[in-house]
Write a protein that binds this ligand. Structure first.
Ligand code: G6P
Length: 487
């Protein structure tokens, strides 16, 4: 990151992400600071703390206005500020059409191939455009008066790069797409495919997690818009402009684990007592309750495991932390209830008077609770049906300074390309997922250590700072007057 910062050549770094890293909420008669669930903010906040600059995001907390200045700005982290958060205010209609509508009912299912039909609503599309313009205005204000590198995050802002370039051709614009990019047949059903791609081709640099998503994107462009694709340089040319399309697998800050696991034994003791877990081995799942995460599949697999291997009856718990997410949408709201119903059914069928196999904790938990469970667990299960990367898998690995613990990981995550020492599973195959849970619970300690050592080395080398460093130095090669890059 240090290298990238120097190479930014004095240009200001402005990150744009819908989700803000610090949310202020009214609670218990006062104001509470909350860290949102989800990989994007967890991954990017340490980078911003290291680089400084501005994070432009949606001011989503009900006490956000009173904790920011008149322009929505405040210094963060609040207790030890290193960068600026600029909150953009959305009306309830804008949040509905842009966030719940086009971003999460159209682009989210369109990019995740989990067989859920996306909504295509012209009213959502109009608001999505309007909100991209609103963010463009905020970014242009922050970038006034000098060179800047704008680092745009995710599918909420497909149109933003094009808008920024049209207004300020001198800005360096890079975007990272945190979700998968589907194959061209899937993407081109979107009535606004051409406009979305036009917007994204406003970027100088466009990053995806893995090469496969880059290839899918280039194929999609090739079949949808007039352009010159250079497959050797992985770039798209339009007029005199170029967009480079490269893979940058995102990661986590491995050092956060030491911070979050201070006193983990006490926390685990409390959690175990609160949920009647005794001292049995735990398998943990940590997710936003989202239909891409394969949570019902994993609860069913626990039932199947107990049928196939009754020797596990009474011997472990699946502790599933499920932070409610996007609950304005019926598909998300219903999923909380579905998981609870399934958990109850498995517990009724297989549980005993003093043992419940599945414990579903359907609320937002702080990082100290999450890391205490990671550190304590016999295993962690990530069974996403489709996932760009999945940072829970990487966080779990960083928490295991004891070198123990097994990771059961869906082969349909970006993380499965790097964490090949996990027990890789197909979550659509209940028997296979149950077999994976069995393998994880039964794995001999020396094999656990062998696998965990390699996974820890992987995440330690390819950490979030390396990700940001690679991406920002690639972007900074495009900054006019920046130092020439070292080779
Ligand atoms: C995924 C998306 C992020 C998003 C996160 C949490 O990781 O790629 O852009 O921030 O989910 O979802 P939310 O809708 O709560 O921001």
């Amino acid at each position: 990151v240090e290298v990238a910062r120097t190479r930014l050549g004095g240009a200001k770094l402005i990150v744009v992400a819908n989700r803000e890293p610090y949310i202020h909420r009214r609670a218990n008669g006062g104001v509470e600071l909350m860290r949102p669930a989800g990989g994007l903010t967890t991954a990017l906040d340490p980078v911003m703390q290291a680089c400084g600059g501005v994070w432009v995001g949606h001011g989503s907390g009900d006490a956000d206005r009173e904790t920011a200045d008149a322009r929505g700005r405040l210094a963060v982290p609040p207790d030890d500020p290193t960068y600026t958060l600029r909150r953009v205010w959305l009306t309830p209609e804008q949040e509905e059409g842009y966030y719940y509508g086009f971003a999460n009912s159209t682009l989210w299912p369109l990019c995740h191939q989990v067989y859920r039909r996306p909504t295509f609503d012209p009213a959502h599309w109009a608001v999505y455009r309007e909100v991209n313009e609103l963010f463009a205005a905020a970014v242009l204000e922050e970038a006034r008066g000098g060179p800047a590198v704008i680092f745009v995050q995710d599918y909420h802002f497909a149109l933003l790069p094009g808008l920024l370039k049209a207004a300020r051709p001198d800005l360096v614009v890079a975007q990272f797409w945190h979700v998968p990019w589907p194959n061209p047949e899937t993407f081109r059903v979107c009535p606004w495919a051409g406009e979305l791609l036009d917007g994204m081709l406003g970027n100088d640099l466009l990053g995806f997690h893995i090469q496969y998503h880059c290839n899918n994107f280039l194929e999609t462009v090739d079949r949808t818009v007039e352009s010159r694709i250079c497959r050797e340089r992985f770039s798209v040319g339009r007029g005199d402009r170029q967009t480079r399309v490269l893979p940058f697998p995102i990661s986590v800050d491995p050092d956060l684990a030491a911070e979050y696991t201070v006193g983990w034994q006490d926390r685990v003791g409390e959690l175990r007592a609160a949920h009647g877990l005794g001292d049995r081995p735990l398998v943990v799942g940590v997710d936003r309750v989202d239909y891409t995460k394969g949570i019902p599949e994993r609860v069913r697999a626990v039932g199947r495991l107990l049928e196939r291997h009754p020797e596990w009856v009474g011997k472990f718990h699946l502790v599933q932390l499920g932070a409610p997410s996007r609950t304005n949408l019926p598909a998300y709201r219903d999923l909380n209830a579905e998981v609870q119903t399934l958990a109850d059914a498995v517990n009724r069928t297989h549980g005993t008077a003093d043992w419940q196999p599945v414990v579903f904790v359907n609320r937002h938990c702080g990082p100290e609770d999450i890391y205490a469970l990671y550190r304590d667990a016999a295993g962690c299960v990530v069974s996403s049906l489709h996932d760009g990367m999945n940072l829970v898998a990487k966080e779990f690995v960083t928490a295991r300074d004891d070198g123990q613990g097994t990771l059961v990981l869906s082969q349909f995550t970006g993380a499965a390309r790097e964490l090949t020492d996990a027990v890789l599973v197909n979550p659509f195959d209940v028997d296979g997922l149950a077999a994976g849970l069995h393998a994880a619970l039964a794995m001999p300690a020396d094999e656990q250590r062998r696998r965990m050592r390699r996974m820890r080395a992987q995440v330690s080398d390819n950490n979030i700072y390396r990700w940001a460093g690679m991406l920002l130095s690639e972007a900074s090669k495009l900054v006019p007057d920046a130092d020439p890059p070292e080779v």
